[in-house]
Design a protein around this ligand. Sequence first.
Ligand code: UDP
Length: 195
Amino acid sequence: DRRALILGHGVDRLTFPDALEEACTAMRANRPCRYADLNVAKLIQMRKDPQLAAAVASADRVCADGMGIVWGLRLLGRPVPERVTGIDLMQSLLQRCAKENFKPFLLGATPDVLADASAKLTASLPDLTLAGQHHGYFSHAEEAEIVARIRASDADCLIVAMGSPLQELFLERHHAATGVPFAMMVGGSLDVIAG
Ligand code: UDP
């Protein structure tokens, strides 16, 4: 079985290189694939929020984002190979996008943070072209228009940085409608990159 259980929640036995290759394969094949991730804080949040738990469980892959999860599974005798953090995976994914001409769409953070983060990313990866970007502060009524914009951008991957549970729920509801093959969520990573 590929998924190890911690407190009833599944985590995939994935190495970092496997996770990255799978993401790139999904983009090349134009096949939908959604990654979620788990750390101890989210695990606690999921116990109080069944909608969040369901959104994480419905992802194609759940990565062990925190050392607490990696150690917990080790103690339970159901080890996963290693920690796969959203921010590391995003950085490597963007390098591959630059190299293989895949275009990411960035969704989330405040307008200022998003502008700073995308400027830094494109400065450090001159070959990277963004399909588009949108900040993460929008109402329910605006969702359809944002989904349509993502769809029209023809992006190869969608990186959602709106924190939990917003990012999990957004992708569970809308990933299919965006038509973007690979989707992942990265919490506050754009704030980290913006510095
Ligand atoms: N955010 C957003 N829309 C919202 C609320 C938050 O885009 O309605 C962004 C926020 O600006 C920040 C990220 O989501 O960039 C949340 O980061 P946090 O560190 O709270 O998320 P975590 O990594 O803990 O899931």
